[in-house]
Design a protein around this ligand. Structure first.
Ligand SMILES: [Zn+2]
Length: 293
């Protein structure tokens, strides 16, 4: 994945709260400081089984809030730094959905990304890094501790890499799209099991991530008239698919418990997650992402 070196990055789309205290809620006794209203986690893992890695979320040398505003100016920065790459991917994803909503005579409402370390306050409650990336419908923000991307490799066995990370970002913005379209509300309490509304919602978010990937190198930025992402290779797409498989419920359950229990699935199997990303990527058509059938 390569970004247009000359492109301006829009850091107003990303709040950098890294190194800031999460505030009022302390990480106590290994408990995860999260309330139940965050409905769109990437992982189908019971947070209590993950434990809390205090400090584990951050990576060395990455501590002061507001860094992306200081450091991420151009596409060339995104080609060199992980945090700037987050800004660029968020810019690309939102630029695509903006143009797609316009094309469909709808109104896209932007969603900010928040970068944090360890824990963060949200409209959905306090959350720790242990839950993985998530989207909070209450404040319409996507939350990432960049330390998760290390875990994606070390804990979940993904190969990782820039496009694996981009897939995760695009998945969370998929939830934002579902929030805007009203699809999210339709899930109600149907939150567990291979045929649950939750699984359908998650697979649709994967499909939307694929739709963005299809469009990423074809959608010009208004400011430059050129796409922000200049190349996505087959190897990039393979890394995204690999990440999608790594966070499949069956893969995670097999690894954590040594068995697979579809009745407690929340996100879908590895094969399903790959299949729906691929559907989006091959067609570039969000209408094909009808996981609710
Ligand atoms: Zn999700």
């Amino acid at each position: 994945m390569q970004f247009d070196d000359q492109a301006d990055l829009d850091t107003s789309q990303v709040q950098d709260r890294r190194g800031m205290s999460g505030g009022k809620v302390a990480l106590g006794g290994g408990a995860v400081g999260i309330v139940g209203l965050i409905i769109a986690l990437l992982l189908g893992v019971d947070p209590s089984t993950l434990g809390v890695s205090d400090g584990g979320g951050g990576t060395a040398g990455q501590t002061s809030a507001g860094q992306v505003q200081d450091s991420c100016k151009k596409g060339s920065d995104a080609n060199q730094r992980q945090d700037c790459r987050m800004v660029a991917v968020v810019n690309s994803v939102q630029n695509f959905w903006q143009s797609e909503f316009t094309r469909r005579a709808g109104a896209y409402q932007p969603a900010e990304t928040v970068l944090f370390t360890n824990q963060v306050q949200t409209a959905c409650g306090a959350a720790s890094s242990a839950v993985g990336p998530f989207y909070c419908p209450g404040d319409r923000k996507a939350y990432f501790d960049l330390g998760f991307f290390n875990e994606l490799s070390s804990r979940f066995g993904a190969k990782g890499g820039p496009f694996a990370e981009a897939y995760v970002v695009a998945h969370e913005y998929g939830h934002h799209i579902q929030n805007l379209t009203g699809q999210m509300k339709k899930v109600g309490q149907d939150r567990q099991g291979a045929n649950s509304g939750s699984v359908k919602l998650e697979l649709q978010a994967d499909c939307y991530a694929g739709v963005w990937a299809y469009a990423a190198t074809r959608t010009p930025q208004a400011s430059t008239g050129r796409p922000l992402i200049t190349s996505l290779t087959d190897a990039d797409i393979a890394a995204g698919l690999d990440a999608a498989a790594a966070v499949g419920d069956d893969r995670i359950q097999q690894q954590a418990q040594g068995r697979v229990n579809p009745e407690s699935w929340t996100h879908g199997s590895s094969a399903q997650r790959q299949q729906w990303f691929t559907t989006g990527y091959r067609t570039g058509d969000m209408a094909r992402c009808d996981t609710f059938g």
